[in-house]
Ligand binder design. Structure first.
Ligand code: FEO
Length: 395
């Protein structure tokens, strides 16, 4: 990524990762790539805000050198320990020898455990400020957005918020601003990012948004650590986060299933017909053929979830089991759910999924529907009614 001047003497010096297709191990598919953003502020003191993923260290160094020699960096702000933002720190510290690092106490602990560097580190707390010259930086601890060490950095003179992971998107592009990219793609990626990474942290996010709004911070630009920068109406993404965090949903059902010999699939298609009869939006996913990251994005604004599985060894099939385990970790709130599936003799999948639903805290609105072997005409009619009654209860 080329160096971009964001504001007078403030530069975006991070990198675009065009080819990353799996993030956080294999928990998140990044079909549009990503970026690791870092920001450089030139004042009487020179400050670098965050670094990039380790394999891109050389590119970050090259970018910084286009603006200032590395040995001129006085301060490095480490908003977050995770390696996609701190990975280049060891290489930067070899060249910016006199630089002091600023971060939370948890950040110091995390960086020590990752890199074992003997670095000058100053622990900061919410409200602490760092004078750069004409400008200053104010720190705002943001634990669990996304890790315990996370914090936001704010430059009041420029009304610039650098919130690291918050308000980001996994989106590789040469455009650097949200208003320059396709808006459907932008919001698709923002929702996917929230749904797959931040969904379980809704209450923490809401409290932080309220805190920021109460403090009346002027915010003209939000520069996250992934994806594009919000400069036109930056509060639009903050408001969207508040809506997601409040679990605001649409009259929409997501149905995800796994089938062994096609009976559960037949049931699924008839359940969809029933939902349609109530005039409700529905998305159907064979989970073995679907991108889980995309399914979760669809679930983010859905009021109802229906899960289906054939029974195998007295339980559910394995792909839907992994999917439900991921859903359990996302801790979705204020959603209704129902379960269906086919079986041969003893059954078990429906009971097992219902147990997970209860543990997850979803509202199980109706008794599970089971069909022995292949559904007949009456069974298929029951599936239509199952979908219709589920949708009706969501209204
Ligand atoms: Fe982009 Fe939590 O790291």
């Amino acid at each position: 990524m080329s160096v971009i001047k964001l504001l007078s003497d403030i530069y975006s010096v991070g990198v675009v990762d065009w080819n990353v297709r799996n993030f956080h191990g294999h928990t998140y598919t990044t079909k549009r790539g990503s970026s690791y953003n870092a920001y450089l502020i030139i004042d009487e003191k020179v400050a670098l805000i965050d670094t990039v993923y380790g394999p891109f260290s050389a590119e970050l160094i090259e970018n910084i050198q286009q603006v200032v020699p590395l040995n001129k960096i006085d301060y490095i702000v480490a908003n977050h320990v995770e390696t996609d933002h701190s990975g280049a720190l060891p290489e930067i510290m070899k060249l910016a020898k006199g630089a002091k690092i600023f971060g939370t106490g948890k950040c110091r602990e995390g960086l020590q455990r990752y890199y074992y560097g003997n670095w000058d580190f100053q622990v900061v707390k919410s409200g602490d400020t760092l004078k750069l010259g004409k400008r200053s930086l104010t720190f705002l601890e943001a634990p669990m957005i996304h890790w315990p060490d996370s914090m936001f950095t704010y430059c009041p003179e420029e009304a610039l918020l650098m919130p690291n992971d918050a308000f980001g998107q996994h989106l590789a592009s040469n455009e650097r601003f949200a208003d320059e990219v396709d808006q459907c793609v932008l919001w698709d990626e923002a929702a996917k990012y929230y749904g797959n990474i931040l969904w379980p942290l809704g209450q923490v996010i809401l409290r932080k948004i309220e805190e920021v709004k109460k403090s009346n911070l002027s915010i003209k630009m939000i520069a996250p650590s992934h994806g594009v920068i919000w400069r036109q109406n930056p509060m639009q993404i903050v408001d969207k986060y508040a809506s997601w965090a409040k679990n605001e949903t649409l009259p929409k059902v997501v149905l995800a299933y796994e089938t062994m010999w096609g009976a559960t699939e037949k049931m699924a298609r008839k359940i969809v017909e029933g939902i349609e009869k109530e005039g409700m939006s529905v998305k159907l996913f064979d989970i073995t053929a679907s991108d889980r990251t995309e399914v979760i994005k669809e679930m983010l604004d859905a009021k109802g979830f229906i899960f289906g599985s054939s029974t195998h060894d007295n339980g559910m099939l394995t792909t839907i089991a992994g999917f439900l385990d991921f859903i359990k970790g996302l801790k979705p709130k204020n959603r209704s759910a129902a379960v269906f599936g086919s079986y041969g003799w003893a059954g078990g999948a429906v009971r097992q999924i219902e147990g997970i639903i209860k543990e997850t805290g979803l509202d199980l609105t109706q008794e599970g529907l089971q069909v022995k072997y292949m559904p007949d005409k009456n069974d298929l009619a029951a599936c239509i009614e199952f979908g219709r009654s589920f949708a009706a209860k969501l209204k």
